[in-house]
Ligand binder design. Sequence first.
Ligand code: PGA
Length: 263
Amino acid sequence: MGRKGLIVGAWKAYLDGAASAGVARAVREWRMRKGGASRYDIAVAPSFPYIVPVNGIIADTDILLCAQDVDPVPMGAYTGHVPPQVLRDAGCRLVIIGHSEMRRLRRDDDNIIRRKVGTALEAGLHVVLCVGETREQRDDDATRRVLEKQAGSALAGLGELAKDSLSIAYEPVWAISSQNPASPPAPRDVNAIHGDLRSIIGDALGDAADSARILYGGSVSADNVCDYMNEPNVDGVLVGSASTRPADFVGLLDAVEARWNPA
Ligand code: PGA
């Protein structure tokens, strides 16, 4: 972990309001118990309706609030849209853009993802850009080409705007827990792909890429999180399903804490 690490718990649409508050309280209590400075940031990403109540629970901690998506529009006559300024006002510091579920189910393409990334950065949000190949693309040996296209098109021309405001989450679609992966990728393979991604984002952003964190996402759990974060090119993790169960998420945070912030 070279850069300051980042652990994002993304609750997708798994949790209702009571359950979201329950996980938020568990993470808050955990953070209060640990105290002190941390070598990594922790963020939670509730569903839109629960952003404000979750913010109320974590507001007195350094846990960061993250949105799961954003619309590339200003405030105004955009029924059903959520502009970046609204997310900022509601307490969000980060936003996830380009998740494979948004690419697949909402048809987010490279063009709209590029616009989302640009408007979110302009509004002062830290962007967590998700990229990753499908099983078929992996089997076709197309991973590098897919990542070049996804990251290259999302970041082209952003330059300094992305400095200190960008994380890339490498999430092989086939490794996400809801896809029932036989097993997630080996940490060593993730490390090699993160190395490729580092050069891809360097080509797109120049020096501004140096500050970008590269996270791994896909079936991360308390049992494997340190194996991934031990790899030199892995700056953190994006956790879906394991972050929705208080005991599992706290267990994962404990595992990371024991490794990187020993008492
Ligand atoms: P998972 O989800 O941790 O449940 O595999 C990761 C993701 O989709 O971001």
